[in-house]
Design a binder for this molecule. Structure first.
Ligand code: DX5
Ligand code: ZN
Length: 224
């Protein structure tokens, strides 16, 4: 895999032209589709569910990275597999028996991710780091696209990278929210592997070119 992994968030796509936007991602340098599922309970917004994910899956030529912002995500693991998820992330704040949930995601043949809200310390991930493939670190409070990046994320990202290196996990760090040309270089320098970008990609004049620009940002960029 050529880093950084770029995962455009379909939440900011034009749903009246979803097929067109999926094809744009297929033909771009993006690596994954980031698919945000919101239930109106865990987060104050409702996005979309299985029929939309299945439609995306039919056209998508790249893995679906499904981010569940729902309570009790363990109830729907097989349904998301059947809808087409390749990577499934659940929130640590939403899953009481997180270890069991991670096991169930992997038993269903998906990569397992754990998402953490801005207030959640990375130290809470310590005992699952060897079991998971991705940490989805929220750099905004989940619920909406186009929000302002929370600066404390750089520090959290570097802390998590050190924990991952120390325990020898191959877990990737994915940053979700407020990624743009200013935040992306600093995030990569802090240890991020995967960049989710919604508003920055889809509100730009040339989404495909914006994805290409994010893809070529160099990991060695120094933090200003
Ligand atoms: C927020 C979602 C994000 C969102 C990112 O709750 O999890 O994936 O789409 O959007 P931007 O890149 O617009 O901040
Ligand atoms: Zn997301």
């Amino acid at each position: 895999m050529n880093f950084p992994i770029i995962a455009p968030s379909v939440l900011s796509a034009d749903f009246a032209n979803l097929g067109r936007d999926v094809e744009m991602i297929n033909n771009s340098e993006a690596d994954w589709f980031h698919v945000d599922v919101m239930d109106g309970v865990f987060v104050p917004n409702i996005s979309f569910g299985f029929p939309v994910i299945k439609s995306i899956k039919k056209l998508a030529s790249k893995p679906l990275d499904v981010h569940l912002m729902i309570v009790q995500p363990e109830r729907y693991i097989k349904d998301f597999k059947d809808a087409g998820a390749d990577i499934l992330s659940v929130h640590i704040e939403a899953s009481t028996h997180l270890h069991r949930t991670i096991g169930a995601i992997k038993e269903n043949g998906m990569k397992a991710g754990v998402a953490i809200n801005p207030h959640t310390s990375v130290s809470q991930l310590k005992d699952v780091l060897m079991d998971i493939d991705v940490v989805c670190m929220m750099s905004v409070n989940p619920g909406f696209g186009g929000q302002k990046f929370i600066e404390n994320t750089y520090k959290k990202c570097a802390e998590l990278k050190a924990m991952i290196n120390e325990c020898g996990s191959s877990c990737l760090i994915e940053i979700d929210g407020g990624v743009n040309d200013i935040t992306a270089p600093k995030l990569l320098a802090s240890g991020a592997d995967v960049l989710v970008a919604g508003n920055y990609v889809f509100a730009s004049n040339n989404p495909s070119q914006t994805i290409a620009m994010l893809k070529q940002i160099n990991k060695s960029t120094t933090i200003a």
